[in-house]
Design a protein. Structure first.
Length: 158
């Protein structure tokens, strides 16, 4: 287990269903001899055109919205963490959490049905978001009003 606050890639593997599974250690010291033991597992898959062919779309603008939001990738994140872990116990707890996370996620995410189900989940979530924005007539506003990051530099002048 590392001793810095930068995420460290522990392991990466490509599953038979095409998903790339990455395990990262994002643990950090909290206070004194106490640690946040935190592991992040991220599964990614390049978006396949066949997912779009399986859905029927009445609104071509939604298809554009969907493609922009997904940005060419499907992703799924699982985080396991324990807070205020004693420094003497952190390595054992870390190893137990890593083993458990690897065993449970590989079997779950490695399923041949998982990528399609993940796409359907993202699709449903983004469809709801799109419908709300469309109903409130916010789709064009989002594109027109995007000025980039806010500039707060005036707040910090002497």
């Amino acid at each position: 287990m590392k001793d810095s606050s930068k995420p460290e890639l522990i392991d990466q593997k490509i599953l038979p269903n095409g998903m790339t599974l990455s395990f990262r250690d994002v643990s950090k010291k909290m206070a004194g001899d106490r640690w946040l033991v935190k592991l992040k597992c991220e599964a990614t898959l390049p978006l396949i055109e066949s997912y779009f062919s399986r859905i029927s779309l009445d609104d071509p603008d939604f298809l554009i919205f969907l493609r922009e939001r997904l940005a060419g990738n499907l992703s799924y994140v699982v985080i396991k963490e324990r807070t205020f872990v004693d420094e003497n116990d952190k390595d054992n707890i870390y190893q137990d959490m890593l083993t458990e996370l690897q065993e449970s996620t590989v079997s779950y995410i490695g399923s041949s049905l998982f990528p399609q189900k993940l796409f359907e989940s993202h699709f449903e979530k983004l469809k709801k978001e799109y419908d709300v924005k469309k109903e409130m007539d916010m789709l064009k506003e989002d594109a027109e009003n995007d000025e980039g990051p806010a500039d707060f530099s005036a707040c910090f002048q002497d």
